[in-house]
Design a protein around this ligand. Structure first.
Ligand code: ADP
Ligand code: MG
Length: 137
């Protein structure tokens, strides 16, 4: 396990940017409270994937799709869903099975039972002020 403490939002974006370089496809789960830096991390990740569009949190629409050269990047935010039934119809299960797609999920614990075993888990924690702790394999 690696534990990193970032001291400003750019450092958290940089971690996301760096991850993008080694990411071929698959599911990345971002755990942590509101304000712990998940969406900020996704901003850097998307930039690292070559996406130039501004990343807006998909809280109200649950999922946003961004096209990259040969694959899709899906940014999912499950904050507002109640349970697993609420993601039926999004096609999320199929999307998560497609190894070529990159799927990043905020609040993945809401669909704990649907998550693939093969995934990358990243844990965010608000420490104080601009400090955030980020833990991953
Ligand atoms: P979440 O998606 O986990 O709810 P956000 O990324 O939307 O969190 O919000 C984090 C907020 O905290 C942003 O306003 C960001 O600018 C601010 N912030 C301050 N310091 C940091 C840091 N070290 N890492 C990430 N975000 C930070
Ligand atoms: Mg968020």
């Amino acid at each position: 396990m690696k534990k990193i403490i970032t001291t400003n939002f750019e450092e958290t974006q940089q971690l996301g940017f760096d991850l993008a370089k080694s990411l071929k496809g698959g599911v990345v789960c971002l755990y942590g409270d509101l304000g712990s830096g998940k969406t900020t991390f996704v901003q850097g990740l998307a930039r690292g994937l070559g996406i130039e569009k501004r990343i807006i949190s998909p809280t109200f629409i649950i999922m946003r799709t961004y096209e990259i050269e040969d694959k899709n990047f899906y940014h999912v935010d499950l904050y507002r869903i109640e349970n697993e039934k609420d993601v039926e119809g999004l096609g999320l299960l199929e999307i998560m099975k497609d190894d070529a797609s990159i799927v990043v999920i905020e609040w993945p614990e809401k669909i704990e039972n649907l998550l693939p075993e093969k995934r990358k888990d990243i844990f965010f924690k608000y420490l104080d002020g601009d400090r955030r702790e980020i833990v991953f394999e």
